[in-house]
Every structure is written in C-alpha cells, then in structure tokens.
Design a protein around this ligand. Structure first.
Ligand SMILES: Cc1cc2nc3c(=O)[nH]c(=O)nc-3n(C[C@H](O)[C@H](O)[C@H](O)COP(=O)(O)OP(=O)(O)OC[C@H]3O[C@@H](n4cnc5c(N)ncnc54)[C@H](O)[C@@H]3O)c2cc1C
Ligand code: FES
Ligand code: FES
Length: 1351
C-alpha cells in the first residue's frame, strides 16, 4: 500500500536563501512563530494572529515544475503552518535589504516617502509590495491596490505609502524634466496630481543627500531605481530536487500530527483512519479556530500534493477545480475563461471574479482554498451563495464509500457549519457550470468595509428564461448572512417561476423574500432590519441588471435602464487616488544644516522598513525568562466566590499562578482599580490573576484552566441609557457663560435633540507588550514597556511592589502606535507582570494577543448628548443647553479629564452666546474607557456640529452658511472665558473653500442628486478649533537631558515617547538648530525614567511643545558653556570645540526643564474662566457618494487646510494630519464596537472590528498647511498637530448626512432626522428609507434580548 510507503519526518525549506532542515518541527507552530523564535528573524511582526492586519506578510516562492516557472505569493505568516512549507522558499523583510547591506527599492521608497510612522505595519507593507514587483516589475496602481487589500496601517492614513510606491507603477511620471526626477507626480512636479496650481507656499528644491529637504515631501534625487535583475535567486536546489514535492510527510508534535499525503489513496486512507482529522488547505479558517477559539485538532492533513485536489480541468459543462486550488489560482483561471469564451458562457465566473475582489485580503486569497471555503460551511461564506445559486456540483470521496457527486443546494448545509459530507469523506473537486444564453447570474456582497471584510449579507442570484421570452423558467436565489447556513429563498424561487420579468414580479418577489428570509430580534450578528433590507436591495439590483440585459436582446419587450438605474447596478469601480500636500518652504536664507521646517525623514524609518527596528517582543529572551498569561473576568458585575488554579498548575511548564492573595490589600490598590480583582469584578476583561510558565502557549493554555467562581450581582449597567436610568455617574460638571435658559426662551427659534457618537478601539498595531526584569538587589525592578507614560508606570509598579520609585526603572524604546490607549491602561498589564517577576525572581514577558488587548484596555468614550438650542432666522446661535453623558466604564481612569475636554470643546469653533454644558462621567460595567486621540474633544465637537446641521436643515440653509456665521474671530471669548488671540479659523475656512472650489462642488452635488435616485452625493465643510495644553496645569511640564561625548556626538533624552508620531525626529531637529550641528550627530536611544524623571504622558498633542522647550533649554545651557571656547577659535568646528571643552573641564551634560506658563483650568464651582496655551485651527471639505440601496459609501474628495504654526517638519505634520484624518474617518464612518447586553465585547480583532483600509481613503486628498501663521507660544513658532486634525473627518460624516437628506427628500421625508455616528452602511441604508425598507416590519422583542446593544 502506498500509504505505507516511506515518508520523511524532516522539514526542508529555505528562508532568505538559506536552507532550513528541521527534524523536530512542531505542527502547531506557525511560520511567524518559527521565524521569530527559532530563526530570530523578528522583522516579521505579529499584529493580530488572525490574518487580518498583514503585519506578518512574507513572500512564499514555489517552483512550478510543469511550467518551469517560479511563482511568488504574499501570505500571512501567522496562519501558515511551518510544516506546510516543505520544498518552498520564504523571503522575509530581512532577506531583501538592510541598513548595513543597502535598502531594497521598496524599503527605501517607503521610508523616504514618509510611509512609515510607528513602523509596526511597515515590514508587512514592504513584503506585499515586494511580492507584487517580483510577479510584475511594473504593475498598475490597481494591482498595487489589490496587493494591499490585506494590509492595515493605523498611523499614516495610507496616502504616503501609495505615493511612495506610485513611482514603481505604470502611473509613474510624466517627469519634471530633471535628470533626477522621482517620477512621483502624475500631474507634474509641484502640483502633486492637483488640477489647481500651488497656492500655499512654494516648493523647495534643495535635494541634498542628507535627507534634509526635497521638493514636495520627498527627496527625489536619492531614490534608488528598481532593478528586477538584481533580485535574490530562487534556491537552485528546490528546482533540482523533485523528491521534496513528491514525498509523503509526517511531522509529530507533542499534541498534533501533521500529514502530507502524496496520493489520493494515502489521503483517503488517512481520513478513514482519522475521521475527525482536519484537512487543511490554506489553514486560514482552522488557524483562526486554533488561535482564538481554543480548538485543538490532533490530526492535520495537508492535501496540497494530491494531484486530484490541485488539478483544474475544463469539461463540457463547466470548470472543475480541485478542492485544494487556491482562490488566487481559481481567479486566474476564471479570468482567462472570461476572456476566452463568449460572455453568455461565463456569467457565473464573472460573478465569482467580482466577489473575489472583496473576499479577504490578497494574502488570504493566496493561501485559502476553494474547498476550505465550502467545507467551513460558514453562513457568511462568500462563495457558497454563488456556488449554490449556480448549481455547482461537488465530488466527494471516501475509502470505503467510494466517489459520489452532490449538488450544492438547500439540502447541502445541514446546520451551523455542518454539511452532508461524511466524516470519512474528502471533498475532491467542485464543478462550476458554464451559463447559457438565456441564463443570467449576479453576485452581491455588503460588508462594513468594502475590501477584506466578511459579508453582512451576500447573495448569488440566477434566472433562466424561456428562449426568446421574458418568462422565468427557473430562479435560484441563495443568501448568506440570513440564517445559520447559506439559505435559498425557496418560496420566492417557486412563486416567480412562469412570471414575466416586470415590475409586478419585482413587487411580489420582494414581498415573498421578506417571508422567506425572516430574522429573529435576537439573531446573532444583529442588524436585523438592515440585513433583511439588504436582501431586498440585492434582489432589486438583480432585477434591474437582468432587465438591462434582457433589453439588449428583447428591446420590444423590456425597457432599457435609465442612466440612474445603470449607475445603481454598476459594480464599484477602482479609482486611482490622487493627492497633494502643500507646505511653506523655509526662507531662502536659512542655513543648510538647520533642519527646522524641512521634511526630514523619521529617524527610525529606514530601520522600520528593513525590520531592524526593535519592538519589545523582538528583544531576545532573558535566561530563565517566564511568559505570562492573564486570567480575565468573564462577568460584568459579580462577586468572586473562589479561584481554583489547581488544573492550571498541573500543566507541565507552569511556574506559578499569582492573584490578589499574593498582595496586601494596600499594594493591590492602584488609584481606583485593583492590580488583581480581589472580591468582585465590575467588568469583563478585568485582570483576576496571572499564570507564568515556560512559554506563551503553555501560559495561555494554563490560564484557560483557572476556574473563577462567581455570584452574579445586579444586572450590569452597560449602556449610557442604563446609567442615566440608574443615575450611575461618579460626577458631573457644568460649564457656562451667559444665561442659556433665558436666552432659549427669548430665541426666535428653538430645537432640541439627541446625538450619539460611538466609541472607538485604538487598534494600535503593536499590542501591549512588557518585560519585567527583577534586578535581584534592593527590590529593584526594570520594566521595558509599551507605555506612553513611563513615569506613571514607574509609580504604579513601585506602589504594587512596595518599593520607592527610585527602585523602579521604566524604559520605552518605541511603540507600535499608542493613540492614547497606552497612556494609563497599559499599567493594568505591566503592573501584574512586575508583581509576577518580583515574586518569582525571574524576568517575565507578556505580549497580549489582539483579542485580549481589545477586551482589556477600553477605548474612546461613547457619548450621548441631549441638547436644546435657540437661534435666529440667520442661523446665529443665541443659546445652547447641552448634557453630555460619557460611557466611562468601570474605573475613573481619565474620564474626568475626558469629560472636561468635551465640555471645553462643545462649541467647537463657534461663538455661541449663552451656553450651559453639563458633562457626566457615567460609571458602567464596561472595561474602563480611556484616552484616545482627541480625548473627548471630538465627541463634544460632534455634538455642536450636529446641532449646526439640524439648525441649517430647520432654516433650509446651507449648513456651511450657518457655520460660517457663527465662527470665532480674534478677540472673541470662549464659553469657558478665554480671550482668543491670533484666531486663524476663518483663514483656514476661506482657504479650504477656495482650495476645494466648494461652490462648484455643491452645485455639482445638487445636480447629481436631482438626476439620481439610488446613488446620492453630499458635501460638507467643517471647522476645528482645538485647545492646546493638558487641562491639569501641572502636567504641562517636561524635562530633557543632553549628554555630549568627546567625539562630538550627542545623546539626547527627553520625557516623551516615540510612538510613530515623529517626536524624536522633531526633538533632534530642535537640538540641531539650537546647537548648530547636523542632525546626524544627535541620537535619541530611548525614553527612560532614570534619565528624565517625573515626565508627563506623551499625550494631549503637547509633547513637541513642552519637550521641545526643555530640549532647547538644555542645549542653550551647553551653548552658553561653549561660548568662550568658540570665541577663542570660531572656525574650529563642533567636534574641536567639544574636545577642547572636555580638556578645559567644562561639563558636557545638561538638563533642561520647561513648564508652560499661563495655564489654568476652568473652575466648575465658581465658573471662573480657564486658560489654555493656545488653539489649533483647521477646516475640511469632503464630498461623498452613497449607495442608497446598500449603504455603501465612497469619499470622492477631501480638502484640508490646517494651521500647524511654523511647521517643525512638514512631512511629519502632514503625516499627522492625514493619519489623524483617517483615524477620524474610521470613527465617524466605520468603526463600531458591539457589546452584548451582558457586557461582552463582540467585535474582537480585525475580522470583526474594521478600521479604514487602503481603499477607504478619499479618491482625492489635498492637504495644505496654513502659511504665514507663526505661533509665538511654542517651540520655534510651531503648533501641536497630533489630535486636532482628527475631527476634520466629521466633514465626511456630515457629507454623508447631506447625501442621506437628499435621498430622504426623494421619498417625501423632509423631517430633521437624527443620524448618529458612525455612519455605517447599516445606518446609511436604514436612513435612506424607500419602497424596499417599507416592506420590512420593525424588529420587535418578544422577550428576547438583542444580540448587541449601543453603549
Ligand atoms: C482574515 C480573513 C478574512 C477572511 N475573509 C473571508 C471572506 O471575505 N469571505 C469568506 O467567505 N471567507 C473569508 N474568510 C474565511 C476563510 O479564509 C475562507 O473560508 C477560506 O476559503 C478557507 O480556506 P482554507 O483553505 O484556508 O481552509 P482551511 O482553514 O484549510 O480549512 C477550512 C475547513 O475546511 C475543511 N476542508 C478543507 N479542505 C477540505 C477537503 N478537501 N475536504 C473536506 N474538508 C476540507 C477543513 O477541514 C476545515 O474544517 C476569511 C478568513 C480570514 C482569516
Ligand atoms: S499578524 Fe498575521 S495578519 Fe495580522
Ligand atoms: S506606521 Fe503603519 S501602523 Fe504605524
């Protein structure tokens, strides 16, 4: 028997050209873990572990013997079992270039185009681009876009990445005519794709080699050309040895055995022997189940070398794909078929190709197999509805039962993730039929994000007509997302047979569909009414599309589609993005070595693009190191009756379990939270204990075995409404000016309403990671941490360890993003780790997995605002009374300050006359919400903008006019009593209106809307005014330390942490100007509490301001000391001066300190005014298009003008503007945290929680930094930039609202409607009420709870 044939137990593959032979491979080990731990290639990052972020992207290369060709695929290393790599070559980011050997073109261009901020996504981005180039040395922008569908970046906003790589595509050029042209500008140099000429500052052309400047944001001259002939070669051995792909493999690990049979016979034998074995193709489903659903599959079978499962054949009836054929391979063949055959034959294929555009990311499609998608039997599979409606047939085979054919129809799926396939059976292949002339086929999918997202609802629709008629012969309608399985609308299919394809069929068909596809109030996935509406919208689109095609052959029987109808059914078209970034050049007289105002590249960018930049989990393990896993509460409000760790302690390799029993009550208490929950838990995700073990899998496995017994207490308070009902808040505060109540009574018009804005997950790309190292003496502890707040970490750790602060050192090298999420909440993880390290006396490491991180750390506060407003017929706001309720979660954390900032921001940029605004920090049983870029301000501003919008609607005015009439100007006083100086909001406003050509945009939008029913457009302009400084005045202090060594090199330290925002780069620029030396002499290594003490968190946008001033002071001290030396020999230069100073015993180190004067908080008792340091201003115009039938939207254009003072570094500032804008875009349109009624976070990981992707960016994005706006209140006249631009994304939200308003008007709805944030597809569709939504009766509870609640 061939299954007894000898088999190999040694894995052979290549990594970056080096051969790896491993006779002891663990089948449970992913390629990512193998690279990072066994090969110590740490450039490839772990961002999610579920194939959803692309941080782990590597290139697999395979020799296709039959074609004598090497093919390259980008894949997610986190889901690729290392055992599956036999005979393949892997290339990682380290393999293509380094700072030592030279950067590859894809690394260099990304770095120099400022496409890397925190750098955690960067190696993955590099490898996606690299793989594309290996397959196609000059791709189109559309192909580039396709390759990036599986990559996320939370920092950059994607624009610089696309611009950096544009030069490698067919879209490069035309050139500017210079020999060194970077070929980056489609529109020619100096215009950066703008139709309009440069208006805001000129372009600089210094082009020196130091990276100190360039025209536009790049330095053109230093870009290395891409030379495909220089690529590393595919390992010749893999071409020569055909035994590797032929041999049978068996790898035995401690818990799992991996088989790779070589023949069908061996495969069937194995499946017969192990009926519960998992057959893995791409492992993209099984891998996630193992990682996040705690599944253990002891036997894995990889059929990748079984010819019957990998072959592709054409038959007379269709194309037959082996079950292990990847989606990418299938797509290639289907595309070929579509070009070869008559259109009428390949209608199913065309629908599948279109569906695959939106199916997962490129990396997943490269790995996932068609058989895996079918056999997962997921109710939201994208292929199953298409294959079911198409009537695809499957070949199944088992050792004893032989071969049988089954049709994919309503009988195939027998339950949630169950099918008629027997356990011993293997799916061999799938026959996808050709279509006939009189047969029409379409597929539909709606997701929360267009690309790389699983469907909310999808559908496959097929109709066959009697020849030469419009009478339905057969109808097949299959839907996903409407039941536990893919379902067919059997009633509709039956009822419409024999009917003519006309309006009455549409009417009856949609009515019958509502009966065929009901959804219970509590249906998993929620969005019950929306999902039902989508089924009707899809059917309507199908009806129209078929009508359009019928008209082409039977024009006498069927009317053609109107232009409006054609647009309604046209699939989403790729639009190549274009952009411009305008900034003011430095004055011609500025010294060449003075870097201030120049677009210098982020100091870590080159290391980030090569994978050399070190993040915490990249640090090599310490001898004797332990790994920690947290035990988290699973109840939202319960008493802890007992904790039983006995089972966990039995697991081999477990060292200890530590919980509240191990700490005194006093040491267990940090502020208002406990290190370990002791007596009760008041949210899910609270830390109850920690298991430390020899490695991560052991610790995590053991942590799941710790039993915590609870007694539930009162029904948890989850939503803001629950909190209001129970008056559950820690505190409330009122800020006021004038007499709002009297003014409301006197106002000519009044309105009242309610506005809700949802929360937001930080989704920094690097999850919380910490290493605690006990020093063994005097209770000393060192903690290397992903915190934005080293001093607070030091303080909390010292408290829990019962030692003085001087025994604890906290180090931060860099963070893979923070956005506020690591300001305070990181201590809920770092402190338990330090306690564990202290108790065991051994170093302890932790890196949270993505789900844990999302569950534990909270996010942006959701807000509910109830408001009343009084105004004149001119739209002037005379009075406003607002009540803002923040869902703070289970601890106070920063909620008081967040609510205060929301109150400071409730008027945004408007001079409202009489204002009373009250904020409530609601205590709920959710994980504590915390700081998030904007810190309550976006929520407060959102409320004011919603009011402006509704006032405008009431007065039938353009909201732009209402906003304009209320804008602040210099000399006005804010509602908290600060007199505004140097107000530039009107300048930003005027310039953005001009830049965007707002009036033409608006006229075009109105014209478009008058001509279209199913698609609508909207346009909106929104200002931002953001107060700068911490509201707690004592936080506005910073320190710096400068150490100058004898060779003239400078080691700089300051209190801020580098998390991608370019703070270190800016601080080096400040020191460079202050000392008059080049930037390359200055180095910042890390932020550490034993160099600069008592630092403020890197937050509130002020870090450049305050640390910059501290750096300046330290530098000035040194300069002062060097003065006599320089005077003696002014021409000697920096290095000689330093050496001389040393010899003359002059101290070459200095500290700097700065405290921002003139800041005080508003007094909520006496209502005395508060005062910030200054304000940031900006304005944005956005234009959007919505699909009223599905709720989908596209941002057609955004123009931004932002006042950043005299920019310290325009590349970094533009990067912050764009990155913040895109994060805001997520907040206002897409990101939706869903909680169960009992308080469990349902949207965990990138699969369920969607942040914007490459395709979410505006088709046109024009960013200008306001010129000639120096700010005397910060270092070198600059301004803060981190947070203020985020709110500008509200322009997209209100443009969507504007479009929805137009849609509602078409259906006679003129009311001033409520439209909450985020403007998800669900909210948009359900607000665009029409003849289809009318058929959906409201979902009503019959006692059951909804799947999720709005918190
Ligand atoms: C980030 C991400 C995004 C995704 N996006 C989408 C999406 O947009 N749309 C969508 O539909 N799905 C999506 N998925 C789900 C999944 O990737 C697909 O279903 C994929 O096609 C599964 O294929 P696979 O080869 O990786 O399956 P595997 O994980 O290898 O296997 C899946 C299941 O199929 C069984 N199986 C596989 N082959 C056979 C066979 N020959 N005979 C019998 N049983 C077999 C396995 O035993 C297992 O139970 C996504 C997954 C991830 C991780
Ligand atoms: S870590 Fe692999 S895709 Fe996120
Ligand atoms: S640079 Fe992309 S996630 Fe930070």
């Amino acid at each position: 028997m061939s299954h007894d044939a000898p088999c190999s137990n040694t894995l052979v593959f290549f990594v970056n050209g080096s051969k790896v032979e491993d006779a002891d491979v663990d089948p449970e080990c992913s390629l990512l873990v193998y690279l990072r731990t066994k090969l110590r290639l740490c450039g490839t990052k772990l961002g999610c572990g579920e194939g959803g972020c692309g941080a782990c992207t590597v290139m697999l290369s395979k020799y296709i013997r039959a074609e004598d060709k090497v093919k390259h695929y980008s894949v997610n290393a986190c889901l690729t079992p290392v055992a599956s790599l036999h005979g393949l070559a892997v290339t990682t980011v380290e393999g293509i270039g380094s700072t030592k050997t030279g950067l590859h073109a894809v690394q260099e261009r990304l770095a120099k185009a400022h496409g890397s901020q925190c750098g955690f996504c960067t190696p993955g981005i590099v490898m996606s681009m690299y793989t594309l180039l290996r397959n196609n040395p000059q791709p189109t922008m559309a192909q580039l876009d396709e390759y990036f569908t599986g990559n996320l970046c939370r920092c950059t906003g994607y624009r610089p990445i696309l611009d950096g790589y544009r030069s490698l595509t067919t879209s490069a050029g035309p050139t500017c005519g210079k020999a060194n042209c970077c070929m980056l500008n489609v529109g020619g140099c100096g215009t950066m794709n703008r139709e309009n000429p440069v208006k805001n500052g000129g372009m600089e052309e210094l082009d020196d080699e130091s990276g100190r400047s360039g025209h536009n944001l790049f330095q053109a001259s230093a870009m290395r050309p891409y030379d495909p002939s220089q690529e590393i070669i595919f390992p010749p051995e893999l071409k020569v040895r055909n035994d590797l792909e032929r041999e049978r493999l068996e790898f035995k690990g401690p818990r799992v055995v991996f088989h790779r049979p070589a023949t069908l016979e061996q495969l069937l034998h194995l499946k017969d022997l192990h009926p519960t074995a998992k057959i893995i193709g791409g492992n993209t489903e099984v891998g996630v189940e193992v990682q996040y659903k705690n599944q253990l599959y002891p036997v894995l079978i990889n059929p990748i070398n079984v010819a019957e499962l990998t072959s592709i054949q054409e038959t007379s009836t269709g194309m037959v794909f082996g079950a292990a054929v990847t989606l990418t391979a299938m797509e290639e063949v289907l595309k070929e078929q579509v070009t070869l055959k008559h259109e009428s034959r390949t209608r199913v294929f065309a629908a599948i190709i279109e569906m695959l555009r939106w199916f997962a990311g490129k990396q997943i499609r490269n790995a996932a197999a068609i058989g895996g998608n079918i056999m997962t039997a997921s109710p939201i599979s994208d292929l199953n509805p298409l294959l079911t409606a198409a009537g695809a047939t499957l070949t199944l085979h088992s050792k004893n039962g032989g071969e049988r054919q089954v049709t994919l129809d309503h009988t195939f799926f027998t339950g949630y993730r169950r099918t008629v396939v027997h356990p011993q059976e293997v799916l061999i292949n799938i026959n996808i039929p050709f279509t006939q002339q009189n047969e029409y086929f379409f597929g539909y999918k709606q997701a929360r994000r267009r690309e790389d997202d699983i469907a909310i609802v999808n559908a496959g629709c097929k109709v066959v007509f009697r020849p030469d008629s419009i009478e339905v012969l057969k109808l097949d309608l299959a839907f996903g997302g409407m039941a536990p399985t893919t379902v067919m609308a059997l009633g509709t299919m039956k009822e419409l047979v024999g009917r003519k394809w006309d309006a009455s069929l549409l009417e009856d068909g949609t009515s019958q569909l509502t009966r065929d596809l009901p959804l219970a109030f509590s249906a998993p996935g929620g969005m019950v009414e929306y999902r039902r509406a989508l089924t009707l919208s899809f059917f309507f689109k199908f009806y129209l599309s078929v009508r359009g095609l019928l008209n082409q052959i039977l024009p006498e029987l069927v009317a053609p589609l109107t232009h409006d109808e054609q647009l309604a059914v046209s699939p989403h078209q790729y639009t190549e993005p274009s952009s411009s970034q305008l900034f003011q050049r430095v004055s011609p007289g500025q010294s060449q070595i003075d870097p201030i105002g120049r677009p210098i590249v982020h100091t870590s960018a080159f290391k980030q693009t090569t994978g050399e930049a070190v993040y915490i989990d990249d640090m090599p393990p310490f001898v004797n190191e332990l790994y920690a896993a947290l035990v988290l509460s699973s109840r939202a409000n319960a008493k802890i009756l007992g904790i039983d760790e006995s089972e966990a302690l039995k697991v081999e390799g477990v060292e200890r379990f530590i919980c509240a029993r191990d700490l005194s009550e006093e040491r267990n208490q940090i502020l208002d939270y406990e290190v370990f929950a002791s007596k009760m838990v008041d949210c899910m995700g609270q830390v109850v204990g920690v298991v430390v073990a020899k490695d991560q899998p052991t610790a995590q496995r053991a942590a799941r075995l710790v039993r915590v017994n609870y007694e539930d207490l009162d029904t948890p308070i989850i939503t803001i409404q629950d909190a209001i009902d129970k008056k559950s808040w820690w505190n409330k505060w009122t800020m006021k000016r004038g007499d709002a109540e009297a003014a409301l009574k006197a106002a000519p018009y009044t309105l009242e309403g309610e506005t809700h804005i949802g929360g937001q997950e930080h989704f920094y790309m690097e999850t919380n990671a910490h290493i605690a190292i006990p020093k063994g003496e005097d209770g000393e502890m060192e903690i290397i941490s992903t915190t934005q707040n080293p001093s607070e970490t030091q303080l909390a750790v010292a408290k829990a360890l019962g030692v003085a602060n001087n025994k604890v050192v906290c180090r931060v090298k860099r963070l893979g993003g923070g956005f506020g999420g690591k300001e305070t909440r990181s201590t809920t993880i770092s402190v338990p780790i330090c306690v564990a390290a202290s108790i065991t006396g051994r170093p302890v490491r932790i890196m949270l997995d993505r789900h844990e991180d999302m569950v534990i750390t909270g996010g942006r506060h959701p807000f509910l605002c109830r408001w009343r407003v009084g105004f004149t017929d001119q739209g002037i706001i005379k009075a406003a009374d607002l009540h803002l309720y923040a869902n703070s979660g289970n601890t106070q954390d920063l909620s008081f300050a967040v609510v205060h900032r929301s109150l400071y921001s409730t008027c945004n940029a408007y001079n409202w006359q009489n204002v009373s605004t009250t904020g409530y920090a609601c205590k709920t049983n959710l994980p504590s919400n915390t700081a998030f870029r904007g810190f309550g301000a976006p929520q407060g501003m959102f409320c004011s903008e919603d009011i402006m919008e509704r006032v405008a609607q009431h007065l039938h005015m353009d909201p732009k006019v209402v906003r304009e009439r209320n804008l602040y100007k210099s000399g006005d006083t804010t509602h908290f009593g600060q007199v505004i100086e140097r107000c530039t909001v009107s300048r930003c406003w005027e310039e953005v209106l001009d830049q965007s050509d707002y009036s033409t945009l608006r006229a075009n939008v109105q014209k478009f809307n008058s001509e279209h029913t199913y698609k609508k457009r909207g346009v909106s302009v929104v200002p931002v005014m953001f107060s700068i400084s911490f509201t707690l005045s004592w936080l506005n202090q910073a320190g710096a330390l400068i150490l100058i060594y004898r060779d003239g090199s400078v080691l700089l330290s300051h209190g801020g942490t580098e998390m991608g925002q370019g703070l270190h780069t800016k601080m080096i620029q400040v020191a460079s100007r202050a000392l008059g030396i080049p930037t390359d002499l200055i180095h910042i290594s890390e932020t550490v509490t034993d160099k600069v003490p008592n630092t403020s968190p890197t937050a509130a946008s002020v870090s450049s301001d305050i640390n910059g001033m501290a750096v300046l002071e330290a530098c000035n001290k040194i300069k002062e000391r060097l003065k006599p030396i320089i005077a003696k020999d002014p021409k000697a230069g920096w290095k000689s001066w330093v050496e001389r100073a040393f010899l003359e015993t002059i101290s070459l180190s200095a500290t700097g300190y700065y405290y921002t004067p003139g800041i005080w908080g508003y007094n909520f008792e006496t209502h005395e005014p508060g005062n910030f340091n200054y304000f940031c201003y900006g304005a944005a115009v956005s234009e959007v298009e919505i699909d009223c039938l599905t709720g989908d939207h596209s941002v057609l254009q955004t123009d931004i003008v932002m006042d950043v003072g005299d920019s310290l570094n325009p590349a970094i500032d533009v990067g912050q503007v764009e990155g913040a804008f895109m994060q805001g875009l997520g907040l206002f349109t897409m990101e939706e945290l869903r909680y169960s009624p009992s308080g469990a976070l349902l949207t965990r990981g990138p699969g369920a929680y969607k942040i914007p992707g490459f395709q979410s960016i505006p088709h046109k994005l024009n960013v200008s930094l306001l010129r000639d706006a120096p700010n005397p209140r910060a270092v070198f006249s600059s301004k803060a930039v981190g947070e203020p631009p985020l709110f500008l994304a509200a322009s997209v939200f209100f443009a969507i609202r504007n479009a929805v308003e137009a849609a509602r008007k078409d259906h006679g709805l003129q009311d001033i409607f409520r439209f909450d944030s985020p403007a998800t597809a669900e909210h948009i569709r359900m607000a665009c009420q029409d003849f289809l939504t009318k058929k959906i009766e409201p979902a009503v509870s019959k006692g059951e709870k909804p799947w999720s609640v709005t918190v």
